[in-house]
Design a protein around this ligand. Sequence first.
Ligand code: HDD
Length: 704
Amino acid sequence: MAKRSTDALTPAEIADAKILRGTGGETHQIAEGDTPVLTTQQGIPVADDQNSLRIGPRGPTLLEDFAFREKIFHFDHERIPERIVHARGFGAHGTFETYEDLSALTSADIFQRAGEKTPAFVRFSTVAGNLGSSDVARDVRGFAVKLYTKQGNWDIVGNNIPVFFIQDAIKFPDLIHAAKQEPDSGFPQAQTAHDNFWDFISLMPESLHMALWIMSDRTIPRSFRFMEGFGVHTFRLVTAEGKSSFVKFHWKPKLGLQSVVWNEAVKINGADPDFHRRDLWSAIKRGDYPEWDLGLQVFDDAFADSFPFDVLDATKLIPEELVPIRIVGRLVLDRTVDNFFAETEQVAFHTANIVPGIDFTNDPLLQGRNFSYLDTQIKRLGGPNFTHLPINAAKCPFHSFQQDGHMAFVNPKGRANYEPNSWGPGIGGPRESPESGFHSFPAEDGGEKRRVRGELFADHYSQARQFYRSQTPVEQTHIKDSFVFELSKVETPAIRARVVSHLLTIDQTLAQKVADGLGLAELPEAAKPARPLVEDLPASPALSILLNPPKDFSGRKVGVLVSDGVDGAFLDEIERLLTAEGAQMEVIAPRVGGFTAKDGTLRPAHQKVNGAPSVLYDAVAVLLSTEGAKLLLNEATAKDFVSDAFAHAKVIAFTQAAQPLLEKAGVIADEGCLLLDTPAKAETFLGLCRKGRRWEREAKVHAV
Ligand code: HDD
């Protein structure tokens, strides 16, 4: 029988389920081999959880069935409103560690000591899709970091793109309405390829820089682990002496940058809508902890004044080549959540959660965000006490006189609930502290009360052009292709033409190619910029993904399609090399029960061929015996496995016997196709994988 005790539970005790917590906080100790008794939330033991209480076997159900009533009541209330943006997210715990003492720049406690470790929670997300949409939608990724510092929670609520669509928060509802599903039909969801979105973008030139970014491969990352994060806005760092500098925050993935290609993304979403979350979850579970460096771009008023754009404008970035990034710490994610709802769903980020030593600027987008996040949490989490939830609670001591309200479960004791008072601890505490408390930087602001923006905000094209010209030719082609794809889904020709008119002002060649791709009869007039462009901004290599690739093949996965009769030595060697590299191998067989190798041994498989298309892998090997090749020549999913790998520019290794399948799949052999005639060639295969995709193939497989 379960024994009752009032001992506090450690997380480990709860995790191994030897002790269950009762509703009233009392605990039930479960002896070895004991199965706990199911109870209602009131602790009443349940005798039958299969049948509701009724009069006779075929009679009506009784209202007095409290166990049924409580179970259904609770179920009916299991959902909370999903986030209006960033609904689909995935979180993990970790630690942020500083590399150096930054007291010369900021008094933030977290930056006072090298080697300081701070617990962190990160939630990645897509912006537009609903909670149940798919991970590899073409979309901006949210990159929200909560740092539980010793001076309170500091949230950096950023994205994987350093700029934003709009300059003023007053336009946010319009942007999001336009991007999400159309209000009459309720679709399309999790995609921007529709009239409303491009109508809005083409009427809001300030969004064009971001439009270029979202049409680039940044919006189809290979994994959360291979993308950057940005705080976007200019913030302030303030020293103990009150000296302020400006700062932009950057998260740099240790694995480097990598994305998938569009046709692959489309197929991943069908094959595994949870592709990104599964990737992060599995990486952490196997101890391959993803890591990012925190970089700061620090600059002063003199730089801000000389920069041709306004540093308060969130549609602009500061090229790294102009203000180099100073790496100051690292973030490691090493623990998955125990409960998705309690942590990932209930976590509440807020741009205004900052700590002494950090401060805002007047960026009008940031100022608006500082209102919105607190507001949204009250609705989403049901009241003002969401800070009592463990995922949101500060991990440092905290004392306020805020009390009561829905679900208040951190309730102070005693008589003092106002300040100043004569009863609290010490001298009527807690009391404010001019020494250690948060002081806003005393920036001087003045001017007429008007609805206006700074003049430099009006340049919407120069940095869009700089972004495009900073891309490699392959990336430029991908941007062109995305515009053509998205605008081909737009049904109103005038909207297509309006987008092209802006592209003409950004880059003539891009505009011409998009117009050709759309079959636009004639080019529209170029959009007239409100302000002359800043000509000849130099290309910024930091803005390209392909110029900042992974240094090796770690963190990636090879899919090996096998058949009975194949030599196991090939697999052993590939697996050995991949493991040493920090990469993974998954075996795909005609049957998931495994396959019989040449030497007669039964070897395990991870996947069945029709459940594991090659889009789920970074490179593939096709290891077939002659018999196996005969079988798979008549299996459409095996042919797709190969033809997709080829079309998506992936490295393909194959045995001699697999060649007929490659031919049937339309593979035109090139340097990315490797005949594995001996296991020793696995080394060459890994070498090719390290080099990445064979982009020259794209021209061979895309005629349109
Ligand atoms: Fe926002 C959520 C990032 C502009 C209003 N935003 C949200 C999340 C991220 C961002 C990562 C998800 C947090 C989580 O995982 O829970 N948002 C950004 C960035 C922006 C931005 C990088 C521009 C630089 N956002 C922005 C504006 C407004 C909002 C201008 C409103 C004026 N954002 C919200 C919100 C959300 C949100 C409605 C929805 C759920 C939530 O806050 O907690 O308040």
